[in-house]
Write a protein that binds this ligand. Structure first.
Ligand code: UDX
Length: 466
């Protein structure tokens, strides 16, 4: 009997951070010689092709293909965080029949490519696990959120059973009510996002493994706990660093490898070039989180009053509930030109790697956190929702590489925290951040834990293909 050659179908959540991580994984698979299909939504594919060189970058891998599907929403839908639930369910309606069809067919494109032998969907696409099981194609979800939040998800059924939710006490004293992903919720049984998280958790034992963007030296104790739910958990991160290391190993160009859905403003790098070493705090709230006008003003005045220089990414949709913040932002920046620089989207990896950056004021999205850890930059965390709330607690209390603001957005607190991170306790934060950065680098180097886990994942995917 002919054995099909291994062919992986990657299916990311249709937002910036998971697209970024899945593209890194796709390229790592290409380097390992696997056939890879990357399933993107039409909407995001258009943005990706408009703002990056991703098409020409992947052209060097003849066994790589993009495929696209509709996300089911009309083009004019803004697809912001408010519409996230709507986006997930409309995409599901399109993706379920598509996955069935592609997994049942004898070739993935109906003509030349071998059939798909393994599906790697985002962890939130729990339905892909059931479709794979139904058809007999292995599924290894990639959970692109933080492992500490995944652990909270895994605990939710037990907490509900023990009547700890709605909340009584925190988990083992570390997590408080306000560190929980759905902390405002009263009714866990009816919240749609919580229901998806619970379905995801239920699907994990039925999958053929679990991929996480972390490394053993960062999340070792959590990984042991997660492995009690899914023995075959591959910790292969930090993925962006892993990819760079592999490209360097193969003496391939690392060059500009942006996966941005927005146009990157490279003037931010020129501005940083003119600033003293470690004098600037980078401020960004990721791709979806929003702030009220009052919060933006508190951050602005806190930063200005700290006397520290800052580079702030003000996305055009950062302001909650309003169409555009351009005028308001322009007015702010006029008065503080020497010490503040504003862009609407930055080449973040390059910014964090810049010697002028001394710290990061972040929303604690998982990619931003990993990127900061890799560069050894301490963080101030203003978590907005879901995994960010758990991650920020870990930054402050477990890894001790920054401070967790939580709840009170006040200019005096911000000023104090910025001074604390950039001046008063700088050496202490820098020391622990640099220690973690070195461990991250070791993990993806030859023989490191993530290096070995990726090898193991590739070997397992190849075996699944036989
Ligand atoms: C979302 C959720 O908000 C987060 O909780 C979850 O962990 C992942 O999905 P997002 O807001 O996209 O995350 O934040 P993050 O995970 O930090 O990813 C943002 C990505 O965009 C990073 O890779 C970052 O490098 C990139 N980015 C961000 C830029 O390239 N330029 C910018 O100006 C801002």
């Amino acid at each position: 009997m002919d054995h099909p050659s291994p062919h992986v179908l990657l299916f990311p959540l249709p937002i910036q951070s998971p697209i970024n991580s899945m593209l890194h994984l796709a390229e790592l698979f290409c380097l390992a010689g696997l056939q890879v299909t990357f399933l993107n939504t039409n909407h995001n594919q258009k943005l990706l092709l408009r703002h990056t060189n991703v098409e020409s970058r992947f052209r060097q891998y003849p066994r790589f293909r993009f495929r696209t599907i509709s996300d089911g929403l009309p083009e004019e839908n803004p697809r912001s965080s408010v519409q996230f639930g709507e986006l997930i369910s409309s995409l599901q309606a399109v993706a379920e029949p598509f996955l069935r069809e592609i997994l049942l067919s004898s070739s993935s494109d109906g003509v030349t490519e071998p059939p798909v032998t393994c599906v790697i969907p985002d962890g939130l696409f729990y339905y892909a696990v059931d479709i794979g099981n139904e058809i007999g194609v292995p599924v290894i979800p990639f959970d692109t959120i933080s492992p500490c939040c995944l652990w909270v998800y895994l605990c939710i059924p037990k907490l509900i059973q023990a009547e700890e939710i709605p909340f009584k006490a925190g988990m083992q004293g570390l997590l408080r009510r306000r560190d929980f992903p759905f902390y405002r919720l009263i009714d866990y049984a009816t919240d749609p996002y919580c229901q998806i998280a619970l379905k995801e958790v239920e699907s994990i034992p039925r999958s053929n493994g679990l991929i996480l963007n972390t490394f053993e030296d960062l999340d070792g104790p959590l990984l042991s706990l997660i492995r009690s739910h899914c023995q075959q958990t591959y910790a292969i991160g930090p993925l962006h660093l892993h990819l760079k290391t592999k490209l360097a190993e193969k003496r391939m160009p690392i060059s500009a490898s942006s996966n941005s859905l927005w146009e990157e403003d490279h003037s931010s790098i020129q501005w940083l070039d003119a600033q003293p070493i470690e004098s600037v705090i980078y401020v960004s709230f990721g791709s979806m989180a929003t702030l009220s006008k009052e919060e933006i003003l508190e951050f602005w005045h806190g930063l200005v009053n700290s006397g520290i220089r800052f580079l702030w990414v003000m996305r055009s949709n950062l302001l909650r509930g309003e169409e555009s913040n351009h005028q308001f932002v322009k007015e702010l920046s006029e008065g503080c030109k020497e010490r503040a620089y504003i862009v609407s989207w930055a080449p973040q990896e390059k910014v964090l790697a810049h010697s002028a950056i001394g710290g990061f004021l972040t929303h604690s999205g998982w990619n931003s956190t990993m990127e900061s850890i890799v560069q050894g930059k301490p963080m101030i965390c203003w978590a907005v929702y879901v995994d960010q709330r758990v991650t920020s607690r870990f930054v402050g209390e477990v890894w001790k590489i920054g401070v967790d603001m939580k709840d009170i957005c006040d200019r005096y607190i911000i000023e104090k925290m910025v001074k604390d991170l950039m001046v008063t306790n700088r050496d202490e934060f820098k020391k622990s951040a640099e220690k973690l950065s070195n461990l991250a680098k070791e993990s993806v180097g030859d023989g490191g834990s993530s290096y070995n886990a990726l090898q193991c994942l590739v070997d397992d995917v190849k075996k699944l293909g036989r």
